[in-house]
Structure formats: structure tokens, C-alpha cells
Design a binder for this molecule. Structure first.
Ligand SMILES: N[C@@H](CCC(=O)N[C@@H](CS)C(=O)NCC(=O)O)C(=O)O
Length: 212
């Protein structure tokens, strides 16, 4: 299997964490977004939308990080139990990560990190809006993790991996988790695991070199 991603991309890292946690073998390919490689005809054959992440698995192409994680979990038969209600809870937390947390986090990340890199004026109103809206969702995540070991159940699922990847940039944008002790503990414990450390070993090297 081939995974195409970029080290700055939380959705790409999510797919690498999932594949690692599921014990799937893959070759990772860096797509240089700054150089526009996502619009190269060879990459558009893999994902017509010209976005990472994407996978190629024995001739089957798939994009969208959550769809890929579900596909990989179904393929491996792990981290996405068949039980209807457990699946409902996993899907709910994946949606919260991708549609709520990512949206608010991205406002802060773009304006604090990428806007200055691109020579654009950071939008302070967008930063404050993102901070205010994140502060309404983080207590819900913390409350859930006070009640169960993981987001959707007492066992880890792809929902945990999805949320973990989504909040990776929190350190870069100085989101303080000290008011959320259960979330902080859950995050710390997952970050020690091999599926995460493997990507972040490369992530650090990639950050230093600008590419893998
Ligand atoms: N909803 C998609 C998001 C994909 C996405 O927006 N990828 C960005 C990087 S995080 C990208 O490839 N941007 C390049 C471009 O739009 O040209 C997912 O979860 O996979």
C-alpha cells in the first residue's frame, strides 16, 4: 500500500498513525504541496481533488482522511468494532474532530503560523473566534475522557487517532490544556505509543529538512 501525504498536514499524519496502529505495511510518499506536486497529473490520477492524504492499495485509490481510516480499520479488522452503537459513537467523535475541532484550530493555526510565513497580516478576530469556540468544545472532550479511557469506549478506536492528529498543532499554536487534565493525560499516553512516535520521529526530521 502507498500513502501520500505532507508532514504539515494533520489529515495526512492521521492516516499514517492509523496505518501504523493497525499494523499495516505501507510506503510513505511526501507530496510537496509548496511546489504544487498535488496538481501533477501523476498525483491527480490518485486523487482528482489534488489534496493529501490519499492512498493506493493494490490499484484501489482513496482520499479523505476519515474515509481512509475507516477503510484501513475495516481491512485490518481492528479499532472500528462492528457493534452499531459503538460505531455510532466512533463516527460522532471523528466528525467532532474533523468538523468542529479542526475548523477552529485551523483559524488559529493559519493566522498565527502560515499567514506570517506567506507575508499576510494575521486576522486577530479569526484567532479570537477560534479560541473562543475551541474553549466551548474542549470541556466536552475532557468530560468524556473522565468517564471512559478513550473517546468512544474503554478501548482505543480510530476516533482517538483522528482526534489526536487533529490536535497535534496545539503546541504550535499554544493551546493550553492545563484546564483539561483528562484530555492532557489521554493525549500524553497516546503520544508515547509506537504508532505515533514512528511518524513524529520522521516528522521532526522532515520539519528540519523541509521535506523527508
Ligand atoms: N478533508 C480532507 C482535507 C484534505 C486537505 O485539505 N488537504 C490539504 C492539506 S491538509 C491539501 O492537500 N492541500 C493542498 C491544496 O489544497 O492544494 C481530509 O480529511 O483528507
Amino acid at each position: 500500500m502507498n500513502i501520500y501525504g505532507h508532514f504539515f498536514s494533520a489529515p495526512s499524519n492521521k492516516v499514517r498513525y492509523c496505518a501504523n496502529a493497525l499494523g499495516l505495511e505501507f510506503t510513505y510518499h511526501h507530496v510537496d504541496l509548496q511546489q504544487g506536486e498535488q496538481q501533477h497529473p501523476d498525483f491527480l490520477d490518485i486523487n482528482k481533488l489534488g489534496k493529501v492524504p490519499a492512498i493506493e492499495d493494490d490499484g484501489f485509490m482513496l482520499s479523505e482522511s476519515d474515509a481512509i481510516c475507516r477503510y484501513l480499520a475495516n481491512k485490518a479488522g481492528k479499532l472500528y468494532p462492528n457493534d452499531l452503537q459503538t460505531r455510532g459513537r466512533i463516527d460522532r467523535w471523528m466528525d467532532i474532530a474533523s468538523q468542529t475541532v479542526l475548523l477552529q484550530m485551523s483559524k488559529i493555526l493559519f493566522n498565527r503560523f502560515f499567514a506570517p510565513m506567506l507575508g499576510e497580516e494575521p486576522n486577530q478576530t479569526a484567532i479570537e473566534d477560534g479560541q473562543r469556540k475551541l474553549a466551548t468544545i474542549l470541556p466536552h472532550i475532557d468530560n468524556q475522557l473522565a468517564q471512559s479511557n478513550y473517546l468512544a469506549a474503554d478501548e482505543m478506536s480510530i476516533a482517538d487517532i483522528s482526534m489526536l492528529a487533529t490536535i497535534d498543532p496545539f503546541d504550535m499554536i499554544e493551546v493550553d490544556l492545563s484546564d483539561y487534565p483528562h484530555l492532557k493525560k489521554w493525549r500524553h499516553s497516546l503520544m508515547q505509543q509506537g504508532f505515533y512516535q514512528d511518524v513524529h520521529h520522521h516528522f521532526a526530521a522532515e520539519m528540519e529538512q523541509g521535506k523527508p
